[in-house]
Design a protein around this ligand. Structure first.
Ligand SMILES: *Cc1c(COP(=O)(O)O)cnc(C)c1O
Length: 493
């Protein structure tokens, strides 16, 4: 009895001692969050952090407590005020979704419930499987396929490529390792393939050289004849062609490989057909443009990215595998302490049998809530809207003599640059980079840059449900203004 009472006195918890105080502060945080999103247009896309803010992040590790109100005001001042900017309507850098409020509530509730999606018999586990089922349906995969929610497209691709390696290895790679593979495997992708595939090949023990980059045509799509030739050449010298990676929407220009041709070729050559659909797989739900990704449903595996065109708050990716048992055989190593029981908490599915993580967050909720609220059809229309906006921007660029389109616009990525009469490629690069940086520093818009067919250019990737056509018109007006400004400064030098 005595020891029990003693223990009571010293028991500590992370729960607040006064819930009423926390409640009031939490309401304020929600109010601030709503204002933050509502007034997003009034703020710059991005701004540089002053030295005091940078210094804030060098503060020593806190040993003593602070009030949650003080902690929150530090976050508001030094973190919330300096975002990356991808939720802003004029953010078109790299390739990112723009999040959504309902998804943020989903993340909050997921953390409040705190469930671990390694598996087990609880509602979050069922919802995780349901969201995977919805993703299968979106891309036209059969109900018998399997899948898993992961951190993003890079992990989703590595899941697909791991299954491909194990299925095509001709040896039990899981047990014996890559050294047991009788003939070196070869994977194929276009020269526009995302860099995560290189990392995957390295991590899989196959090595970067085992991923052959196939040249692309003028539209930056994989040259299927060149692929055929590469496969024949590799077979002749004793390699085993194992997998072709088709890209549905390259990160550089949005090009979509001929998925039907690749599916047919893979079937004829007995290759695994993986589609990197991080950008474009979800075009399958867009009524105006879905034919662009016809053939994706024939893949053996697909990587897609709900944190891109479904605008889920980071992180959320999804890997789908047509052959569910090949998927499970690649990853399942369930130990005894995690074995299922006939009833109770452990009687559910072990979701960790489909990937590399053991503990898994409740990513499904933020996706599920936004899909339920808006319906899949609206997400499809928003994808069509971004593609229409990219076509609008393309038309404006083509009509403006000072600007030059640098790659065909297939979907929502536009590659272009400001011209500069008689300037070398090197000067053009410096000139356009300066325009891009001023656009960012003045908080007007965020673009990124890239190289297409060996030439530098700027790039607008419109994966943004907040963008309006007039935002794109403003971008071009500001680019022309900055173009004059930068040219004048150069002449003055
Ligand atoms: C974004 C992207 C990836 C990587 O996805 P993450 O979610 O950033 O990990 C892979 N491939 C393509 C084509 C992409 O656009």
């Amino acid at each position: 009895m005595d020891t029990f009472q003693e223990a009571m006195v010293t028991d500590e918890t992370l729960d607040p001692s006064d819930w009423t105080e926390v409640q009031a502060l939490s309401h304020r945080i929600v109010d601030d969050a709503i204002g933050y999103l509502r007034d997003i247009r009034d703020r710059p896309v991005w701004r540089e952090m002053p030295v005091e803010v940078r210094a804030f992040f060098n503060a020593p590790m806190p040993r003593e407590p602070a009030s949650i109100a003080d902690v929150y005001s530090e976050v508001a001042r030094s973190v919330m005020a300096y975002p990356m900017g991808n939720i802003h309507p004029r953010f078109w850098s790299w390739y990112m979704g723009s999040s959504n409020f309902t998804g943020a509530l989903g993340d909050f509730l997921a953390a409040i419930q705190g469930s671990n999606l390694a598996g087990g018999n609880h509602a979050a586990g069922l919802m995780d499987s349901q969201v995977v089922d919805w993703c299968k349906e979106m891309v036209g995969f059969p109900a018998s396929a399997s899948g898993t929610l992961v951190s993003g497209g890079s992990m989703a691709n590595i899941i697909g490529l791991t299954v491909a390696r194990n299925v095509k290895a001709g040896a039990d790679v899981g047990e014996r390792g890559v050294g047991a593979i009788p003939k070196p495997l070869r994977f194929y992708a276009s020269d526009q393939v995302h860099s995560c595939h290189r990392k995957a090949m390295e991590a899989l023990g196959l090595g970067n050289r085992a991923l052959r980059r196939i040249p692309t045509d003028a539209g930056l799509r994989m040259d299927v004849d060149a692929l055929k030739a590469a496969i024949a050449e590799d077979r002749a010298v004793g390699f085993k062609p194992a997998c072709v990676i088709g890209t549905a929407g390259t990160v550089n220009t949005g090009a979509i490989d001929d998925l039907q041709a690749l599916a047919a070729l893979a079937a004829g050559e007995d290759l695994w057909f993986h589609v990197d659909g991080c950008i474009g797989a979800l075009i399958a739900i867009a009524p105006e443009n879905r034919s662009l990704v016809a053939g994706i449903e024939q893949a053996h595996s697909i990587a897609l990215d709900p944190h891109k065109w479904l605008h889920a708050p980071f992180e959320a990716g999804c890997a789908l595998v047509r052959d569910a048992s090949a998927h499970r055989n690649t990853f399942a190593v369930t130990p005894e302490y995690l074995e299922s029981t006939p009833r109770g908490l452990a009687s559910g599915q072990w979701l960790h049998d489909y990937g590399l993580q053991t503990s898994r967050g409740f990513r499904a909720l933020k996706i599920w809530m936004a899909l339920k609220e808006h319906g899949v059809e609206k997400f499809g229309r928003l994808i069509d809207q971004n593609i229409a906006q990219a076509r609008h921007l393309t038309a404006q660029i083509e009509a403006e003599p000072a600007l030059e389109l640098m790659a065909p616009t297939t979907i929502n990525i536009v590659c272009f640059r400001h011209r500069l009469d008689g300037a070398s490629e090197e000067r053009l690069k410096a000139f356009n980079t300066e325009i891009m940086l001023r656009l960012q520093e003045e908080g007007i818009a965020a673009l990124s840059d890239t190289t297409v067919h060996g030439r530098h250019c700027l790039r607008a990737a419109i994966t943004n449900h907040r963008t309006r056509c007039d935002d794109l018109d403003l971008l071009l007006r500001e680019m022309l203004r900055l173009g004059k400004e930068v040219e004048a400064a150069a002449r003055a030098d």
